[in-house]
Design a protein around this ligand. Sequence first.
Ligand SMILES: *Cc1c(COP(=O)(O)O)cnc(C)c1O
Length: 300
Amino acid sequence: MQLTEKLTINTPSSVQVITPDWVNNKIQLSIKRDDQIHSIISGNKWRKLHYTLEQAVTQKTKHIVSFGGGFSNHLHALGYCCHQLNIQFTAIVRGDYSKNLSPMLQDLLDWKTDVQYVDRVTYKKRTNIEYIQQLQKQYPHALLIPEGGSQQQALQGVANIITELPQIYDYIIAPVASGGTLAGLIKGVSTYSPTTQVLGIGVLKGQGYLEELVASLLPNSQAFNNWHINHDFHFGGYAKSTTELNEFCGDFLKQTHIPIEPVYSGKLIFALKRLIFEEFFPANAKVLILHTGGLQGARS
Ligand SMILES: *Cc1c(COP(=O)(O)O)cnc(C)c1O
């Protein structure tokens, strides 16, 4: 397919069985390496953008606008894709980093992104209909993509993950921030693997809010009862970390040779370790971790 040739996307990603020392023999633990799909396009961000970018190429879209924070994996992935595909990209960034560029923003500038810094009040309006209409007027030929790439069109790209699996799992676990990844997994499981439960780990303080986000992305959300979000492992909020969590990430790398970072997969796998310890999973459960990528965010 034309788009994946231009971007050299390595799918299907591999699945590895792992045995860190905190896994007992009552659980079969595997990890799907979506972090290896591409060196820059962070795993789940590719999954979410796949069909939107395909459409942009088919329709010869000239300009894309999207939103994110100063370390956003989404803006990073999308900025790179637009650069490769010759599409002008405008990134609306929360907060002014102009005097203090993150490595992510430096990359965007190298890729000729038009970076627009907005204050927090303006950024809050990113889903507000009038604000979106105003942006669409300002950029009449642009395709606007929501924060994190989380929109209904993203779900099938994520659901494709399930079609790549070598066996049926009892649980698939993934981090939750803007909800598109979890919604896509829920949809994919209900279509391709209906006995699998999807367990999300909230990486920000969002009890109630994250469930609403996920449900709002699912068509006919009441029809799905195969998912749950755990809120006990946000470590105080988005991108907040502790020495214990940082050390856990280092230890996991040492034991498995798989890199993780504290914003997403660190919290996810830390939670998993605790849940195994608390015997949350039934005996002989087959548990699959989705490694969503995101290692660029840990550069600073
Ligand atoms: C964006 C991101 C997430 C969160 O996914 P959502 O679809 O926004 O919930 C998880 N992991 C990584 C590495 C990410 O970059």
